[in-house]
Design a protein around this ligand. Structure first.
Ligand code: SAM
Length: 231
């Protein structure tokens, strides 16, 4: 196992070059998810029969779901809420790294090879930092991460729309979908028109499908980075 480690949220995660390198902006996704998960948990009436399920789609090194696990596992145990946490990735190499990280932190998270939410029947929370960069900026950026971890399609939002559609059928009533996006970055490439289209397509798709839309959360550069939807 290669030893390249990246600091994320509160710990170092194994993340060799062939998996996506965890980024600081994704810590905001973790913080936002934890905040909403805590609020949601308190509203769960006890005793609870079905498990509280959190799914991380496109888990990569597993840094998001493991960080969430570390923050809320004690609370779930204290409240005697049965739970299941799952990380999914289409790349077996990423799954192996996520499993390794999970063992390192002694976390109880299952990692599954799969395409988006296909392996999942029901979930309370879906979190994701999906590939969201437009292929239109391919020649304008230099990143060492594998292309399938970065690019979401010609426009960039193609995978996000698929994820929203699947999330709607997988989410339990009042469940949340929390995703990281990067449409505001497009303004740095003079792609203002695509930026507006990107945002409009996501929000109108989510609204038409029947999801409630929360205000986006801005990152430290005042760019809209985290989107929150509720069923
Ligand atoms: C931007 S990376 C995020 C990795 C990690 N969650 C993080 O934030 O550091 C996107 C991840 O999605 C995975 N991925 C791409 N297409 C996918 C698909 N159709 N289904 C599941 N995972 C996918 C990639 O392999 C990659 O690990």
């Amino acid at each position: 196992m290669e030893e390249k480690k990246v600091f994320f949220f509160e710990d170092y995660f194994l993340a060799p070059e062939y998996v996506f390198q965890p980024r600081p902006e994704t810590e905001l996704l973790v913080e936002t998810a934890i905040e909403h998960i805590k609020e949601y948990i308190y509203k769960i009436s006890k005793p609870k029969k079905d498990k509280f399920v959190i799914v991380d789609v496109g888990t990569g090194s597993g840094c998001i779901i493991i960080s969430i696990y570390k923050k809320i596992e004690r609370m779930l145990n204290y409240l005697e809420i049965p739970y299941k946490m799952i990380g999914i990735d289409i790349d077996m190499k990423a799954i192996k790294i996520a499993v390794h990280n999970s063992k390192t932190f002694n976390s109880c998270v299952d990692f599954i090879l799969g395409n988006l939410l296909e392996p999942i029947k029901k979930a309370d929370f879906i979190v994701s930092n999906p590939p969201y960069v437009s292929l239109k900026v391919k020649d304008k950026i230099t990143v060492s991460d594998p292309p399938h971890t970065i690019f979401g399609g010609e426009k960039g939002y193609e995978i996000i729309l698929k994820l929203i559609a699947q999330a709607y059928s997988v989410l339990k009533e009042n469940g949340f979908l929390i995703i990281e996006v990067g449409y505001d970055d497009l303004k740095f490439f003079a792609l203002e028109e695509l930026k507006n289209e990107y945002k409009k397509e996501i929000f109108s798709f989510a609204k038409n499908i029947g999801l409630k839309i929360f205000p986006p959360v801005n990152d430290y550069n005042k760019l809209e980075r985290i989107l929150i939807f509720q069923k």
